[in-house]
Design a binder for this molecule. Structure first.
Ligand code: DAH
Length: 356
C-alpha cells in the first residue's frame, strides 16, 4: 500500500469512528468501539506496523498522520466515557435531580447579633459627633488598668471591679490582668495621639468599644464578660456641659427626641468631678414602671478627666481639660430590645438570636 492510500484510509476511518461514537450510549458499546478503533487490529494500529514496508522518505508523513488520528480517537473516547459516566450518575440520583420546576431548598438566613446591631448604632451616633474608634487591648497590665488611672496600689476603689489576674510570674507590682473596663484605652489613646506632637498634643475624640472581664457571680444582670463603650474628649476649654450635651444627644438618638439624660454625683478615681448618668425611661417617661422602677435607667459612669490621668496620658492639665464616659453595651441592648437576662447574649440559643 502506498503512503497516500494509508493516509486516505486513516482519514476515512477516523471520520467513521467519530460518527459512530456519537451513537454509543452505553458502556458495552463503548468498549466495542474501543476494540474496533484502538485495539490491536485497528486501522491506526496497523498503520504503524506498515511503516517498515514504506520507502524511508514516506515514513515520517505516515507516522505523523497515524499519531494524529490515534490521539484524536483517544481523546474522543475519553470525552465520551466521561459524558456517559456523568449521565449515569444523574440517572442514579433519580429523575428529581433534573426537575427544574421543583421549588428550591430553603436556607436559613444568618442575621446580626443584637450586640452587633447596638454597637453599630453607637458607632454611627458617635461617628456623627466626630469620635473615632480606638481599639485597645483585652489583656492589660495592672499599670494601665489601674495605676495610670489614678488607682494606686492597694487603693480601695480597686474593689469596685473584681479582677482576673493572669498567672504570669515575676511581674512584681505590675501583674497582667484581663481588663476590667475599657478605661485603660483612655491612657493608650492619649499617649498614642500625644506622641504625634509631644510638645503640642492634638485634641482627642475617641470611643473605645470592647470586651471587658470581671470575676462576677453570674446572674440576670451580671456576666463575667461583657462589652463596654468608653468615650474620651480632650482639648482646650472642654467643660462638663460638653459631656452633658454629648450624652444627651446619644440618649435622643437611641431612645427618641424626647429622651432626657440625668447626672448624679458619684466617685471614680480617674474623673473629678464624677457622675453616674441615667436616661429617662423610654417606656414610662419618668413616671416609674416595670422596666425602670423609678423612672430612670442607670446607664454608666462619666466625669471630667482627672488631672493626674491627663498628665499620665501626656496632656498638660494646666492647658487641657477633657471628659470621659463609659457604659455597658449590653445594658443598652437590653433596654432597647426588652431583654431581661444578660445571660442570653452568649448562650447562642437560636430561639433568642432569631428574634433580631
Ligand atoms: N470604667 C468605669 C467602670 O467600668 C466606668 C466609667 C466611669 C468610665 C467614669 C468612664 C468614666 O470613662 O469617666 O465602672
Amino acid at each position: 500500500m502506498s503512503a497516500a492510500t494509508i493516509l486516505q484510509e486513516l482519514e476515512a476511518v477516523s471520520k467513521a469512528a467519530v460518527d459512530e461514537l456519537k451513537r454509543v450510549t452505553n458502556e458495552e458499546a463503548l468498549l466495542a468501539w474501543r476494540t474496533t478503533y484502538l485495539g490491536k487490529n485497528a486501522v491506526v494500529v496497523k498503520a504503524f506496523s506498515s511503516l517498515g514496508a514504506l520507502p524511508t522518505d514516506e515514513r515520517p508523513l505516515v507516522g505523523q498522520g497515524a499519531n494524529r488520528v490515534k490521539a484524536a480517537l483517544e481523546s474522543a473516547y475519553n470525552e465520551r466515557a466521561q459524558a456517559l459516566k456523568e449521565s449515569a450518575l444523574i440517572q442514579s440520583l433519580g429523575a428529581q435531580a433534573l426537575d427544574v420546576t421543583l421549588p428550591g431548598r430553603p436556607r436559613n438566613r444568618g442575621r446580626l447579633h443584637p450586640d452587633t446591631l447596638i454597637l453599630r448604632e453607637l458607632l454611627q451616633i458617635f461617628g456623627d459627633m466626630g469620635f473615632q474608634v480606638f481599639q485597645s487591648r483585652e489583656v492589660e497590665t495592672d499599670e494601665y488598668n489601674f495605676q495610670l488611672l489614678n488607682f494606686p496600689l492597694g487603693h480601695p476603689a480597686r474593689d469596685m471591679q473584681d479582677t482576673y489576674f493572669l498567672d504570669v510570674p515575676n511581674r512584681g507590682d505590675n501583674p497582667l490582668v484581663l481588663r476590667t473596663h475599657t478605661s485603660p484605652g483612655q491612657i493608650r489613646a492619649m499617649r498614642e495621639i500625644a506622641s504625634l506632637n509631644p510638645s503640642n498634643p492634638p485634641p482627642v475624640r475617641v470611643i473605645v468599644p470592647g470586651m471587658v472581664f470581671r470575676y462576677e457571680q453570674v446572674d440576670v444582670r451580671h456576666e463575667t464578660q461583657f462589652d463596654q463603650l468608653e468615650g474620651l474628649a480632650i482639648g482646650e476649654g472642654i467643660t462638663f456641659s460638653d459631656l452633658k450635651g454629648t450624652l444627651t444627644d446619644m440618649a435622643r438618638r437611641l431612645f427618641g427626641p424626647s429622651a432626657r439624660a440625668r447626672f448624679r454625683a458619684s466617685y471614680f478615681p480617674f474623673t473629678e468631678p464624677s457622675a453616674e448618668f441615667d436616661i429617662q425611661c423610654f417606656q414610662c417617661h419618668g413616671k416609674g414602671c416595670g422596666v425602670c422602677g423609678g423612672g430612670w435607667l442607670e446607664i454608666g459612669g462619666s466625669g471630667m478627666v482627672h488631672p493626674v490621668v491627663l498628665a499620665n496620658g501626656g496632656y498638660d492639665p494646666a492647658r487641657y481639660t477633657g471628659f470621659a464616659f463609659g457604659f455597658g453595651v449590653q445594658r443598652i441592648a437590653m433596654l432597647r430590645y426588652g431583654i431581661n437576662d444578660i445571660r442570653y447574649f452568649w448562650e447562642n440559643d437560636l430561639r433568642f438570636l432569631e428574634q433580631f
